[in-house]
Ligand binder design. Structure first.
Ligand code: NI
Length: 168
C-alpha cells in the first residue's frame, strides 16, 4: 500500500473528465492506495483524478459523520436517479481552505461496480448521497469552486496563489 499525492486546485488535471475503467481490470491495489490516501488526509471521500489518475474510481467512508455507514469503493459509478433537494457546506481535499454551500439531490441511487467487478446499486441519502454526488463530480472534472459565482472564484484563486507562494 502507498499514500498517493493529492492534487490541489488549480491543477489542470482536476478539470479533466476521467475515463471508464475496462471491465475486469485489476483494481485492488489502486483502491487500497486510495483508501490509505483518503484516511491519511482525514477525508470522507476521494476520486481517482485527485491522485492524478484519470480513471472513474471513487472511495468513500462517511462513518465520521454517519456512524452506521461502511467504507465504499465504486468503479464506473453512475447516478441513475435523484430525488429531493438539500443544501449543505462542502469541503474538498483538493480545494484547501474553502467550504461552499451547494444544493444537491437529497437522495440518489448510484450504480457501479465493486473492486471485484460485481455490479451493485446503492440507494443513499444524507451525507452519503452528498458525498457520492461530490465524488462523481470529480470524475467529470467538476470541483466545489465551480459552484461559486465568478467573482468569488476569482477571489479564491487569488487567495490560493498567495497561500502557495507563502509556502515556497
Ligand atoms: Ni472533493
Amino acid at each position: 500500500m502507498a499514500t498517493l499525492t493529492i492534487l490541489k486546485y488549480p491543477d489542470p488535471f482536476l478539470k479533466k473528465p476521467a475515463a471508464s475503467v475496462p471491465e475486469k481490470e485489476d483494481m485492488e491495489g489502486l483502491v487500497q492506495d486510495m483508501f490509505e490516501t483518503m484516511y491519511a488526509a482525514r477525508g470522507i471521500g476521494l476520486a481517482c483524478p485527485q491522485v492524478g489518475i484519470g480513471k472513474r474510481v471513487i472511495v468513500l467512508d462517511v462513518s465520521p459523520v454517519d456512524e452506521a455507514s461502511k467504507p465504499l469503493a465504486l468503479i464506473n459509478p453512475e447516478i441513475i436517479s435523484r430525488e429531493g433537494k438539500e443544501e449543505s457546506e462542502e469541503g474538498c481535499l483538493s480545494v484547501p481552505e474553502l467550504s461552499v454551500k451547494i444544493s444537491r439531490a437529497s437522495k440518489v441511487t448510484v450504480s457501479g461496480y465493486t473492486p471485484e467487478w460485481e455490479l451493485v446499486q446503492i440507494a443513499a441519502e444524507g451525507i452519503l448521497a452528498i458525498a457520492l454526488q461530490h465524488e462523481i463530480d470529480h470524475l467529470d472534472g467538476v470541483l466545489i469552486v465551480d459552484y461559486l459565482s465568478r467573482l468569488k472564484r476569482e477571489f479564491y484563486k487569488k487567495k490560493v496563489k498567495k497561500m502557495y507562494a507563502q509556502r515556497m
